[in-house]
Write a protein that binds this ligand. Structure first.
Ligand code: K1U
Ligand code: ZN
Length: 167
């Protein structure tokens, strides 16, 4: 397995719309293993392939306390979204920035598992938020795109300062 570099906002590659996975082969299985390792090491509770500069519709999520529940979503599609919730979000591509985003409370998602079997899940709370956040990435949207222009300008300048300090 390998740790993959994570793209940082405002890298324009985060704006690419990912293409469906056509075949679940050894390359995809290796990518899933590497993405899971990268997510756990970060640490994070989700990672979309877009964030590691692979523009395929694939994401991994583990919202468990003890990193015991890795969930792999291939070609995820939101079928229904109900209600609303507003909670703090973070993003491994926007380190150190957290802000409130309004999301659906309950979602139903259709996807393929690693064996290529069709699955669907209806869920709420943090897992529902994370699913929406990761599908946004696959569509080229980062959570800061949901914030005001003023906040986006401030975030870009804060990240630019951070980059200068660590360069
Ligand atoms: O997609 C990503 O950038 C991952 C992101 C997922 C996410 C977090 C919060 C709300 C919605 C989506 C993260 O994992 S940020 C890090 C984080 O939230 C976290 C890190 C360690 C322990 C618990 C949470
Ligand atoms: Zn993110």
């Amino acid at each position: 397995m390998a740790l993959l570099p994570i793209l940082r906002f405002p890298d324009t590659r985060l704006k690419k719309v990912a293409a469906p996975v056509a075949n679940i082969d050894d390359g995809i299985r290796k990518l899933v293993a590497d993405m899971a390792e990268t997510m756990y090491e970060a640490p994070g509770i989700g990672l979309a392939a877009t964030q590691v500069d692979v523009h395929l519709r694939l994401m991994v999520i583990d919202t468990s306390e003890d990193k015991s529940d890795l969930q792999v979503f291939i070609n995820p599609r939101l079928e229904s979204c109900e209600g609303s919730q507003s909670g703090e979000e973070g993003c491994l591509s926007v380190p150190g920035i957290y802000d409130k985003v309004e999301r659906a409370e309950r979602v139903t998602v259709h996807y393929l598992d690693l064996e290529g079997k069709k699955q669907s899940m209806t869920t709420d709370g943090l897992l529902a938020v994370c699913i929406q956040h990761e599908i946004d990435h696959l569509n080229g949207t980062v959570f800061v795109d949901h914030l005001s222009q003023l906040k986006q300008v401030r975030i870009k300048s804060k990240l630019a300062k951070q980059a200068r300090v660590t360069a």
